[in-house]
Design a protein around this ligand. Structure first.
Ligand code: NAD
Length: 485
């Protein structure tokens, strides 16, 4: 990949954007510019809308079994290019190769789920609702949908949506993150190679101008947004104004509770993955650690010991356990949270600032694992999403106190408890207001056949992504009542 300007993929062809502004795509491990994202225009978005609109009836009337054959073909092509796809994801994002491979495993799972749609119930029928009258419900596709994606999972997040959308007969436009767009360009190269029918899936690069055009167009039906709550809430209001179906998956602050009866040998590795996996840039990452009662001291000591051993480096090096932050802005923002934590009175017991690394990584956006002790629930680092490798520890007296703190948060994406008591676990899942609950699981990530839930400022809309809710989002139930004379 050179310093090239990325192209859009519309109606089965690579086309140049009309953009005059460009954003550098940077390898965060060494600061090198590897491509330029065109910050697309209204015209670019309109071109994609008209291609997807034009393709809709052709695709909608293609028998489901034939649609699925194309999707299977795409799945196989992704499998064949698995290692190369993962490498490109690491190159532009910074995450480790293992993390990119994991991301692509989930991406392919989403495609596999979509391939099973014809065998999922797409409608139901009753005979003789009254004598001689039959009634049925059919699920019909609606038209052109699109997604607006974040930088942190550039392959997997769009795949929560587009496979289900096209399997159910809609056409689609993907607007990838302008920070990490190459992952999606690579996927479209594969789509192009296998001669996927034209206009069904389209790619448009850009930012607000493209997204606003897609929302305002009378020819789009709805969209899935994943990103910060700030932008998500803005677009949710705009969706209401333009009457669009919408699912908005926003930011998060995920509380992880460790009880005195937790098995620490197995809990510690889970916590390390939860807080430091993907360098903390995960909407399901641990955000605050709640240590209940006497587990506090041993938990803190063992966590500190494990965190110090993490190998930080270039994600492309197989020995690396934690890569850089994905951007300089991301790194600066995490460092500001660290300053804020110190200013508000927390104690930085593991300081990941200024870690020493190989010379060739000196321009990368690296920091090491960090841990804050003496944190209280009113501090900024306990309330705001840090999106970096930082663990704030709060000491609490009881499970009830932990649940009270969690439920005061403005976010409700995920929360986990580590315990060996069924009663504690049951109380937790029953009372905690978060959409994804982990019991002895540090990253409560639902597989493709389950909804990716979320509550409060972490989700706006009615139907979640993935699973049956995903199918409902992309279809409308039509009731047909029949009597033949
Ligand atoms: P972001 O909100 O900055 O950007 C998300 C998308 O919105 C990008 O495609 C961007 O180009 C677009 N965008 C930015 N400004 C816009 C505007 N004014 N109008 C229209 N579109 C605009 O988010 P990010 O920094 O890329 O991603 C990180 C955030 O995503 C974190 O908060 C994280 O928690 C969240 N996230 C949530 C989930 C989830 O499932 N809830 C999953 C992954 C990431």
């Amino acid at each position: 990949m050179s310093n090239e300007i990325l192209k859009n993929y519309i109606n089965g062809k690579w086309v140049e954007s009309k953009a005059n502004n460009f954003r550098d795509v940077i390898n965060p491990a060494n600061g090198e510019i590897i491509a330029k994202t065109p910050m697309g225009t209204r015209e670019d978005a309109e071109e994609a809308i008209s291609a997807a609109k034009e393709a809709f009836w052709r695709w909608r009337t293609t028998p489901a079994q034939s649609r699925i054959r194309y999707i299977f073909e795409l799945r196989d092509a992704f499998e064949e290019n698995f290692d190369e796809l993962a490498e490109i994801c690491t190159l532009e994002h910074g995450k480790t190769l293992d993390e990119s491979r994991g991301e692509y495993r989930r991406t392919i799972e989403s495609i596999e789920l979509a391939a099973s749609i014809p065998s999922l119930q797409m409608g139901f029928n009753f005979e003789d609702v009254a004598m001689g009258i039959d009634e049925m419900v059919v699920k019909q596709p609606l038209g052109v949908f699109f997604s607006v994606a974040p930088f942190n999972f550039p392959a997997m997040v769009p795949a929560w949506f587009w496979p289900l959308a096209i399997a159910t007969g809609n056409t689609y436009i993907i607007k990838p993150s302008d920070q990490c767009p190459i992952t999606m360009v690579k996927q479209f190269e594969i789509i192009d190679e296998i001669d996927f029918p034209k206009g069904i899936i389209n790619l448009v690069h850009g930012g607000a101008e493209v997204v606003n055009t897609l929302i305002e167009s009378p020819d789009t039906v709805g969209f899935s947004f994943v990103g910060s709550s700030k932008i998500g809430n803005l677009l949710y209001r705009k969706a209401g104004e333009f009457g669009k179906r919408v699912q908005v998956q926003g930011g998060a602050k995920n509380f992880i509770t460790v009880m005195p009866d937790a098995d620490l040998d197995r809990t510690i590795p889970n916590l390390i993955t939860s807080f430091y996996g993907n360098t903390g840039q995960r909407c399901l990452a641990g955000g605050v650690l709640l240590a209940v009662g006497e587990v506090y001291e041993p938990l803190k000591e063992r966590l500190l010991e494990a965190a110090k051993k993490i190998q930080v480096g270039d994600g492309l090096d197989d020995n690396t356990q934690m890569g850089p932050l994905a951007s300089n802005a991301g790194l600066k923002s995490v460092l500001q949270f660290i300053d804020k934590g110190i200013e508000e009175g927390a104690t930085l017991i593991l300081d990941g600032r200024n870690i020493s690394l190989d010379d060739k990584l000196s321009k990368g956006y690296f920091m090491g694992p960090s841990i804050f002790d003496d944190v209280t629930s009113d501090m900024t680092i306990a309330q705001e999403e840090i999106f970096g490798p930082v663990i704030p520890i709060i000491r609490v007296a009881s499970l009830e106190e932990a649940i009270e703190i969690i439920n005061k948060s403005r976010y409700g994406n995920a929360s986990s408890i580590f315990t060996s008591s069924g009663k504690n676990a049951r109380d937790y899942q029953y009372k905690v207001n978060a959409g994804n609950i982990g019991i002895n699981i540090g990253v409560a990530a639902p597989i493709a056949s389950f909804p990716f839930s979320g509550m409060k400022d972490s989700f706006k809309g009615d139907l979640h992504g993935q699973g049956k809710s995903g199918v409902d989002f992309f279809t409308e139930d039509k009731v047909v009542i029949t009597r033949w004379f």
